[in-house]
Design a protein around this ligand. Structure first.
Ligand code: G3H
Ligand code: 13P
Ligand code: ZN
Length: 307
């Protein structure tokens, strides 16, 4: 069975009021933790790769590992380019065999975002690949682009954008942000905007970036064993569950996996100072990522047994 696109995944997710998890990977252990969890839960899954990950591991290695995961698990896996910066990045991913790409024109002005997205949509659709775009700006850092404030998605603009670009799914800004420091005070998401968008674009797949919950237990373990991650705060899981039951059908998580892996490595090495076998600490990291993703599938996404 080959890699799949997200088309059917999103259709079923919208009908079933759940979401599919999109997890960032950079190496074999992260990938195996994620897909082993999805297999155990019989859940579809989206494996996503950023330009930083492509630079780190190389497209050929990442693609070959994801192909191996498809063969090994037999579950529905889509391979997605996360935050594609321009047409060239999307074209390269499509040529490499990705089944889904994101063109992130959110930092450009509206008309430029429309034009860039349309160009990628035409190229991708001609090759059977689906496209995600973004409208509105998430506060925080995305690759090298930093924004201090949220620019919430305008629902009327979202309708115009989808109509003019022909894009398959849309990432929106409702208060989430990338990384481990999402809120200084109380967590707040603009569900009113999400509701307005789903009313104006009925049946259209919405994507939530910056959706890690920043598990306090992982943060505590990191800090206990030499880390210095103070004041980290993520999106409460019940808010994500609410979003998943609405028009949100793709929920992006990277930071939660990073924290689980880092906590495992710190703990194993601190508890076993003589250990030099990478399989011991990376293997523990893989186990914790699997446990984390299984829990997300059950308690946040609602995507178990949806293959
Ligand atoms: O959106 C950001 C993702 O967490 C990917 O992060 O660009 O450091 O790989 P990265
Ligand atoms: P987090 O930093 O919240 O995990 O978000 C990841 C993401 O949106 C990747 O595109
Ligand atoms: Zn993102």
């Amino acid at each position: 069975m080959p890699l799949v696109t997200t088309k059917e995944m999103f259709k079923k997710a919208l009908e079933g009021n759940y979401a599919v998890g999109a997890f960032n990977i950079n190496n074999m252990e992260i990938l195996q933790g994620v897909v082993n969890a999805a297999k155990a839960k019989q859940s579809p899954v989206i494996i996503q790769v950023s330009s930083g990950a492509l630079k780190y591991a190389g497209p050929k290695y990442l693609k070959a590992m994801v192909d191996a995961a498809v063969e090994d698990t037999g579950i529905d896996i889509a391979l997605h380019l996360d935050h594609g910066a321009d047409f060239e990045a999307c074209k390269a991913a499509i040529e490499c065999g990705f089944t889904s790409v994101m063109i992130d024109g959110s930092h450009y002005d509206y008309e430029e975002n429309v034009a860039k997205t349309k160009e990628v949509v035409e190229y991708a659709h001609a090759r059977g690949v689906v496209v995600e775009a973004e409208l509105g700006v998430l506060a925080g850092v995305e690759d090298d682009v930093k924004s201090d404030v949220h620019i919430y998605t305008d629902p009327d603009q979202a309708v115009d954008f989808v109509k003019r670009t022909g894009v398959d799914s849309l990432a929106i800004a409702i208060g989430t942000s990338h990384g481990a420091y999402k809120f200084a005070g109380e967590a707040k998401l603009r569900f009113d905007i999400l509701e307005d968008i789903q009313d104006k674009l009925p049946g259209f797949p919405i994507v939530l970036h910056g959706a890690s919950s920043v598990d306090p237990a992982s943060v505590e373990t990191c800090n206990k064993y030499g880390g210095a991650i103070a004041g980290a705060k993520g999106i409460p899981e019940e808010m994500l569950r609410t979003a998943a039951s609405m028009a949100v059908c793709k929920i992006n998580m990277d930071t939660d996996l990073r924290l689980a892996l880092t906590a495992a490595i710190r703990e194993v090495l601190a508890e076993n100072p003589k250990e030099i076998d990478p399989r011991k600490y990376l293997g523990e990291g893989r186990k914790r990522i699997q446990a984390l993703v299984e829990r997300k599938i059950d308690e946040v996404l609602g995507s178990a047994n949806k293959l």
